[in-house]
Structures are given as C-alpha cells and as structure tokens.
Ligand binder design. Sequence first.
Ligand code: NAD
Ligand code: 89Y
Length: 343
Amino acid sequence: MTELKGALIGCGFFAINQMHAWNDVRGAGIVAICDRDPERLKIVGDQFGIDRRYGDAEALFADGGFDFVDIATTVQSHRFLVELAAANKVPAICQKPFAKTLSDAKAMVEACRNASIPLMVHENFRWQTPIQAVRKALDADAIGTPFWGRFSFRSAYDVFSGQPYLGEGERFIIEDLGIHTLDIARYILGDVRSLTARTKRVNPAIKGEDVATILLDHENGATSVVDVSYATRLSREPFPETLIELDGSEGTIRLTQGYGLEITNAKGTTTTDVSPKLLSWASRPWHNIQESVYAIQQHWVDQLERGAEHSTSGADNLKTFALVEAAYDSAARGQTIDVGAML
Ligand code: NAD
Ligand code: 89Y
C-alpha cells in the first residue's frame, strides 16, 4: 500500500502523542508540521525528524505535497483550519472539541461535504481498549437489551499543569472531558433524545465548571447518567479511566477501576482484565488515552483505504457536540433540552 503523507498543525502538549502514534500507524507518516509558536515547531520538528516546518497554515497548504491534515490545535482555530483544508480539498482530522459552537460545527461539516473530503473528529475515547471491550460484550448479546447505564469519570488529577488553558475558559469539564464521556454514552447506548444537566465549580482557582451530572434519555428508551468531576479526591486516583455500569434485560456489565470487565448473566459472573497496552512511547496513567490515539489514527488510514465513513466523522460528532451544548443550556436554564431539535 502507498504510504499516505500527512501534515500536522499544532505542535503542543497533546500533539506529541499524535506524532508518536503516526510513527506506529501502518500506511501513513507525517511529512510536514506547522505551529505559529517557533519554539514548539522546533521541539517537535527536532524530536520527530521533520524538516518541512511552517509558522503559518496558509503557507503550508500553499506548498502542499500531503494527502491529509491532522489539526491538533485548541478549539479557537478549528473552524478556520478545517475550512482551509476544505478549500484546498485536503482530507482532515480535527481534535476535539470540534468547534466553539454547534453552528460552527455544522458549517465545518458542510464545508467538507461540499468539497467532497473526508472529515474525522479526533474523538478517541471510544477507541480505548476497555470501552471497545464493553461494546464487544453488548454486540455478543452478553446482557440482552441494556435499559440503564452510568458513565462516570471522577478524579482530582492535575490536568492544569499540562493544559493551563483548561482553567481559564468560562467552560471547562463538559467541553473538555465530558465531551468524551457523552460520546462513549452514545457509542454504547445510542443517540440521545433529551438531556438534563446540573453543573458546579468546586475548585476556586479555575473559571469554569469542574463537576457535571447529566441525565440522558436515549432514543431506544434506555436511560443513562453521565457524571464527570475533576474535584473528586479518592484513595486510588482513577485518571483517566471511564467507569461504566450497564443493566440489561439478561444481565449486567461493570467496567471497574483498574480495567476489570465484570459480566453477570444466567451463566454466572466472569471477570476479565481489559487493560490497555503500554505502547513503547507511552507512560502511565496516560497509556489508556495514548493507545486510543494510535487506534483512531490507524482507523483514519484504514477507512480512507476502504473509502468508508469514519466512526467519529464530522457528521457523527455533531450528535456528540449537540449534547455538550445541550448540557450547558440545561444547566443554565434548569430545563430538559430536546436534543433532536438542535440537529
Ligand atoms: P496546546 O496549547 O498545548 O497546543 C496547541 C498548539 O497549537 C500550540 O503550540 C499553538 O501554538 C498551536 N496553534 C494554535 N493555533 C494555531 C494556528 N492557527 N496555526 C498554527 N498553530 C496553532 O494544546 P493541547 O493541550 O495540545 O491541546 C490541543 C487540542 O487537543 C485541544 O483541542 C485539546 O482539547 C485536545 N486534547 C485532546 C485530548 C484527547 O484525548 N483527545 C487530550 C488532550 C488534549
Ligand atoms: O483535554 C482532555 C482530554 O481530552 O482528555 C483528558 C484531558 O487531557 C484533560 O481533561
């Protein structure tokens, strides 16, 4: 297979994982990088041996010579960069959060559709090994039809030292982390009809909310709770594990802290270790996320090769992004939000 050539824009904190993962992905490699910060450009260029370096995305596209672009900047630049990729007819991956608003996100999907280019959102949490194991158990009919779920991420891990901007925005945990948890809820229990949310800020040193509790009514009749917190001090820090509880007509699934998958049904209870691999460049506790970065980037290449839609395409991600906006709206107004009406 011909190796696809990629360009990466945004050489910050998280892009290091993406660059390592591109080294491992079969069928693609990064040939050019771009960052408006010369220091970041040098660090990443030197570390990964990339000679083609740009301080400006328009100059990068003007030179061309790549088959896709991987946008790893923070949200402020996503719309501009995705539309630039569309204008140049270059397939694009865009980091989460996809956009600042749902109307921006819709415009970005539309721009790529009009340009006939694939667009995938780097929504990697559903690609984590333990989440995939839950999906497989449901697909194998281990618990019949699920009617209730809980998707929980509670931690006191210091995310602000690596990502200081997370403490500075009006919005924090739903937009940054809850977006993943909401996506997992959709991936496991299906699309959402309506949503009710409550938020809180506990940490006085940050601007946005660091606790959210969200009740989801899924289209198939299931009910779930998504609860996320960065203000929860526990005896064993679970970062970055999403814990899952599912009750079904024929049994239950529990994804427990330490990556245990417990399935109970008429046959009894089985417990399996569904720990992520520690890739050669990964480090604990981030290895769960790091392995999913590799998995989603390999999926990007595999689907391009097949000419097939990506699991977290821009169009798919609109349905996750709508949940983020609905959650803020619900918390602000104290009302249940009709999610279908937003799409
Ligand atoms: P960062 O601030 O460390 O890095 C962003 C980089 O992009 C900076 O070096 C900045 O100079 C550069 N940049 C910004 N706008 C640019 C532009 N228009 N042109 C060129 N360069 C530009 O941020 P980060 O922590 O690496 O986060 C980046 C994105 O990754 C965020 O959207 C964040 O939410 C996401 N993220 C995702 C995960 C995940 O698991 N999917 C984990 C962490 C962060
Ligand atoms: O930015 C966030 C993400 O996407 O995963 C974890 C994180 O780095 C901090 O909440």
